[in-house]
Structures are given as C-alpha cells and as structure tokens.
Design a protein around this ligand. Structure first.
Ligand SMILES: [Zn+2]
Length: 105
C-alpha cells in the first residue's frame, strides 16, 4: 500500500491529534505513534471526536480519503491539514453553510 506525500502528512496529523486527545482527556500516554497502537487505544472510548479521526484513518486505508462526498472532487490540501476530518471540499462546505444558516435566497 502506498500513499502520496500529502496523505502521509495528514495521516501523521490525525495520529498526532488522537494522541493529544488520549493524553489530555483520558490521561493515557501514547508511547508509540503508530496507527496500530493508537487504534487499539481507541476501542470502547465512544468519543465522537476520536471516532471522527478514526474514520478518517479508515478512509485513508481504503484509499478514499480527501474526496468530497458531494461532488467527488479532491479536497484542498490546506483544508485537510487544518481540518483532517472534513468530508467536503470548500465549495460544497460553503453551500452547506449557506443552506444551514437559514438564509433564504
Ligand atoms: Zn464538493
């Protein structure tokens, strides 16, 4: 299995975020920053934020990461770095924000 550099970088960001949550919220020190050891620690946590991050790792493993679930185009790398669990490209996110803001056209 091989990933492009950007995906690998974002995978590190996600693992890092999970490790931070585990340490700060659950006082569980993460000694090994590998996907296997981190996923093992996530079992039975039921934390929505951790769950989102775990799902993002799943998408990376399946090669589905970084595509917008609406328009299927690639999501901007900067956006993914800022918000690695995002499912939408910035265009669709704007449309969604507009729709849910209650503004009538
Ligand atoms: Zn989109």
């Amino acid at each position: 299995m091989s990933f492009d550099t950007q995906t690998l970088e974002i995978r590190e960001i996600i693992l890092d975020r999970i490790a931070n949550i585990l340490q700060d919220v659950y006082q569980e020190p993460v000694l090994e920053l590998t996907e296997e050891s981190i996923i093992a620690k996530l079992a039975f946590k039921g934390d929505p934020q951790l769950n989102e991050l775990r799902l993002a790792l799943d998408r990376i493993r399946r090669g589905e990461y970084g595509r917008c679930i609406f328009c299927k185009c690639s999501i901007d790398g900067e956006l993914l770095r800022r918000s690695p669990t995002t499912h939408f490209c910035s265009r669709c996110a704007n449309i969604l924000r507009y729709r849910t803001s209650g503004v009538q056209s």
